[in-house]
Design a protein. Structure first.
Length: 217
């Protein structure tokens, strides 16, 4: 029987054990601490469903004219007569959740019941790529970093506003930072392969099927 590599999980400092092989990976949010920090966790989970934060609409008119509208998005939940902000529903439910809720958030949610934050590949060395992601986010939590300074003064800024201000291309790390996700609460699932053939096609299909929350649009 063929020896098929298995999917492995790494969180926090354990990422140093990621295989140095080609492969595909997915980042997830798994809070390590609940209890008194549940309110913060609930707010982060609420932010994860308000994605995308904005919509760009183009309407083709006559005589070569095009109307372009950029607008913010309110994600609502419920019937037309009882609509509420979906992020508030999530935040309130998690904040008031019982032991089952907390157990799932910290143990079973990832990867079986969770949507990925990001899906990526590396055609040479998964450990190197994942460490780059982790180190980028760790650096962004430094209080002297431009992103942290900007968020301190603009706590409700969205990802595009922060990117426009700092001019960085570390999209995933900045998106996670804007949503309040710390490095310790990131878990990565990796699937190493012996040869990188087909990885790009697989990544593209998984992007379309899974629509990662913090992936680049």
């Amino acid at each position: 029987m063929q020896n098929i590599p298995k999917i492995e999980e790494f969180q926090g400092s354990d990422i140093v054990d990621t295989p140095e092989l080609p492969g595909i990976y997915a980042w997830y949010y798994r809070p390590r601490v609940l209890g008194k920090g549940t309110k913060s966790v609930a707010e982060i989970l609420g932010k994860l469903i308000t994605n995308p934060a904005g919509v760009k609409t183009e309407i083709a008119m006559r005589y070569g004219l095009t109307w372009i509208v950029n607008s913010d998005v309110d994600v609502l939940y419920g019937g037309q007569q009882k609509r509420q902000l979906a992020n508030k529903i999530v935040s309130d439910t998690v904040s008031d959740g019982d032991d089952l809720m907390k157990f799932f958030l910290q143990n079973l949610m990832v990867p079986y019941f969770a949507k990925p934050l990001y899906i990526g590949i590396d055609q040479k060395n998964l450990r190197r790529r994942i460490k780059e992601h982790y180190d980028s986010l760790t650096q962004l939590w430094d209080s002297d970093e431009p992103v942290s300074r900007y968020l301190a003064g603009h706590p409700n800024a969205d990802i595009q506003e922060v990117l426009d201000h700092v001019g960085s291309d570390h999209y995933f790390a900045i998106n996670a930072r804007v949503k309040g996700i710390t490095p310790r609460d990131l878990v990565v699932c990796v699937y190493p392969v012996k040869t990188p053939s087909g990885l790009k096609d697989l990544e593209r299909i998984l992007h379309l099927l899974a629509d990662p929350i913090c992936g680049r649009r």
